[in-house]
Design a protein around this ligand. Structure first.
Ligand code: NAD
Ligand code: DAU
Length: 352
């Protein structure tokens, strides 16, 4: 089996669902269930014995030792993190605890487990660390996209904590030989995306008749990747990546935020027109910018294509249409997340 951490969050849940749709190899899913963790994302696996869920912290060494000894995973995929830049600005402490200290504890527990394995299992073992393009800092408008060799220049408490975790992962390979892989990915979007992030926030606010907040002038550029493409990239790196290597993962979809928001509004105008006949874009409101807001990210994803043959399957046009449709078809998910009722669902489901 594989151990997935943070598998009840946005990308982790998509990864677990995709993994079990394509393979019978069981998943041990360790997630603390912070505000961002939602077992309702995994409701389709409720009666599936291949999915073993444990509520717990990657910083809990005793729990990790017990789980690794009991389940003996052949690989670890580490999604667990505090992931929201704005929250990291308001309160960086949790980001240091989980992203830095938590990753350190996980690495140590995994190293202990890995070093006791028989040689064949030891060389086949993998620790895949899921990271972000934000560790590279910000780009000038015409600068080349981030390659894996780009300097680390993190600018927010979130990206600094992720950069620190990447350095720990690298050091555990260099010093102890732990067979690690690191992926640095651009902005994901798709089903189960928590509505604190731009795209789901815009969809749910638009439908609720609320303002669509654009930070500053809205000309900040991000590269957008459909989440299931990210999942297929991770599977490919896990299968064929070289230990010690890092792989940038992106969608070849650089766009300014304001264009993203207009695209979402146009799709909603088509699929769920406003009662008054006006466009949802009338709800766009420019608000105070994020402190230290990085102006541009762009990913050069040629290495993963050249060495591992991976390319995204979705264009932004196909991916964003699927995403808007998913939110329109899952109002109960949005309501659960917003009301906090999903926590009651967890209590009910896992009380025993
Ligand atoms: P998310 O916030 O939706 O989910 C994070 C999950 O981790 C949640 O289920 C949460 O309960 C769990 N978690 C938090 N602290 C934990 C702890 N101490 N122990 C165990 N579980 C814990 O995040 P996401 O958007 O799914 O991101 C997943 C990973 O991918 C993160 O490492 C993030 O840095 C990285 N990443 C995200 C994006 C993106 O666009 N969302 C892009 C690149 C990289
Ligand atoms: O680049 C990868 C990163 O993408 C991941 O590492 C992070 O975990 C993930 O949260 C995401 O970070 P961003 O800060 O780019 O995502 P967010 O959705 O918060 O913001 C996207 C852009 O939209 C960013 O430039 C800020 C802007 N924004 C965001 C919100 C929430 C707005 O203009 N208005 C908003 O209300």
């Amino acid at each position: 089996m594989i151990l997935v951490t943070g598998g009840a969050g946005f990308i982790g849940a998509n990864f677990v669902l995709d993994w079990l749709a394509g393979s019978d190899e069981p998943v041990l899913n360790l997630d603390k269930l912070t505000y961002a963790g939602n077992l309702y994302n995994l409701a389709a696996l409720q009666d599936d014995a291949r999915h073993v869920f444990v509520q717990g912290d990657i910083g809990d060494r005793a729990l990790l030792d017990r789980l690794l000894a009991e389940h003996r995973p052949r690989a670890v995929v580490n999604f667990a993190a505090e992931s929201h830049v704005d929250r990291s600005i308001h309160g960086p402490e949790d980001f240091i605890q989980t992203n830095v200290v938590g990753t350190f504890r996980l690495l140590e527990a995994v190293r202990h487990h890995w070093s006791g394995l028989p040689e064949a299992q030891r060389s086949a073992f993998r620790f895949l660390h899921v990271s972000t393009d934000e560790v590279y800092g910000t780009l000038e408008p015409e600068a080349p996209a981030f390659a894996e060799t780009h300097n680390y220049q993190p600018n927010s408490p979130y990206s600094a904590s992720k950069a620190a975790s990447d350095h720990l992962v690298r050091a555990w390979h260099h010093t102890y030989g732990l067979p690690v892989l690191t992926t640095n990915c651009s902005n994901n979007y798709g089903p189960f995306h928590f509505p604190e992030k731009l795209i789901p926030l815009v969809i749910v606010n638009a439908l609720a008749g609320k303002p669509l907040p654009i930070y500053g002038d809205g000309m900040q550029v991000r590269d957008w990747l459909y989440v299931r493409d990210h999942c297929s990239a991770i599977r490919r790196v896990l299968e064929a990546g070289l230990p010690g290597e890092t792989y940038n993962v992106g969608g070849w979809n650089e766009k300014p935020n304001i264009e993203i928001v207009h695209t979402v509004c146009r799709l909603l105008d088509e699929l769920r027109p406003r009662a008054d006949g006006q466009s949802y874009s009338a709800q766009i409101t420019h608000v105070t910018d994020r402190p230290g807001h990085d102006r541009r990210y762009a990913i050069d994803a040629r290495k993963i294509e050249r060495e591992l043959g991976w390319r995204p399957a979705e264009t932004f046009e196909t991916g964003i249409r699927k995403t808007v449709q998913w939110y329109l078809e899952h109002p109960e998910w949005v309501a659960q997340v917003q009301s906090g009722a999903y926590r009651e669902w967890v209590q009910k489901q896992y009380a025993a």
